[in-house]
Design a protein around this ligand. Structure first.
Ligand SMILES: CCCCCNS(=O)(=O)c1cc(S(N)(=O)=O)ccc1C(=O)O
Ligand SMILES: [Zn+2]
Length: 262
């Protein structure tokens, strides 16, 4: 699977400080200032073609929970949008707050959402391994989708029901036949895109971000199950609730955010 068993001890929110990263002028997340985004008519609609059978497992990596996919073939891919190449699905995960008032990593005109979904893909036209792509500036494409609290999300419920099995850091549970497309908003033609970075170590500036304009709705109870997860492993005495697992926002450094809609 893509997100290698990367030692995520640095994942503890303590690392959120201005960690020195190479260059450091393309960091994520950012605030998307709508009136400063530039409409680009050349931006195409996104083509996400996911095979639910490539879904493998859910893993609590001590920072979020990752739903990981078999990325040894091009069975689940993302093309189009701002992308020149074909990108292979490797995992999706979320960021959320301890309350519904905050939790997303990106914001729109400073508006915070209670959570944000990230669907992570790597450039399989240019690289043969995720670990290679994560170090290259055209290596990754991550779709961001904002979550709002409202009606229950039927497609998400299968995932929510599996979460108690990965309550502790380091736990893994088999998870099959899940199509992440069910988590995309009905309109995927309207998005913002910019060049940025991973929001967790190694914070490499490898990501073409594609942030959906339309949010999805999940219920309060579904989000409460996210908050029942733990940052800590079963062995640790003090259990810490997995909440507020988002990075602080980063300077734009002159970057332009493009929009696919006017
Ligand atoms: C080789 C080490 C890669 C570490 C990053 N892996 S990842 O799947 O890209 C990822 C991205 C992101 S993010 N928020 O999409 O930048 C968060 C977590 C992870 C993770 O693996 O935990
Ligand atoms: Zn993320």
């Amino acid at each position: 699977a893509c997100s290698s068993r990367y030692v995520l001890s640095q994942m503890h929110p303590m690392w959120q400080g201005p960690l020195a990263v190479p260059g450091g002028d393309r960091q994520s997340p950012i605030d998307i200032v709508v009136r400063k985004s530039v409409f680009d008519p050349a931006l195409k609609p996104l083509t996400a073609e996911y095979d639910p059978h490539t879904c493998q497992q859910i893993w609590n990596n001590g920072y979020s929970f990752l739903v990981e996919y078999d990325d040894t073939t091009d069975k689940s891919t993302l093309k189009g949008g701002p992308l020149k190449d074909k990108f292979r699905l490797c995992q999706f995960h979320f960021h959320w707050g301890e309350s519904n008032a905050w939790g997303s990593e990106h914001t729109v005109d400073r508006r915070l959402f209670p959570a944000e979904l990230h669907i992570v893909h790597w450039n399989s036209d240019k690289y043969s391994l995720f670990e290679e792509a994560v170090m290259e500036d055209n290596g990754l494409a991550v779709i961001g989708v904002f979550l709002k609290v409202g009606k229950r999300h039927e497609g998400l419920q299968k995932l929510v029901d599996a979460l108690p099995a990965v309550r502790h850091k380091g736990s893994v549970v088999e998870f099959n036949r899940f199509d992440p497309a069910c988590l995309l908003p009905s309109n995927t033609d309207d998005y913002w895109t910019y060049h940025g970075s991973l929001t967790t170590p190694p914070l490499t500036e490898a990501v073409t971000w594609i942030v959906m304009k339309q949010h999805i709705e999940v219920s309060h109870d579904q989000l409460a199950v996210f908050r029942s997860l733990l940052f800590t492993s079963a062995e640790e005495e003090v259990q810490k609730s997995m909440v507020n697992n988002f990075r602080v926002q980063q300077p734009l450094r002159g970057r332009t955010v493009r929009s696919s809609f006017s």
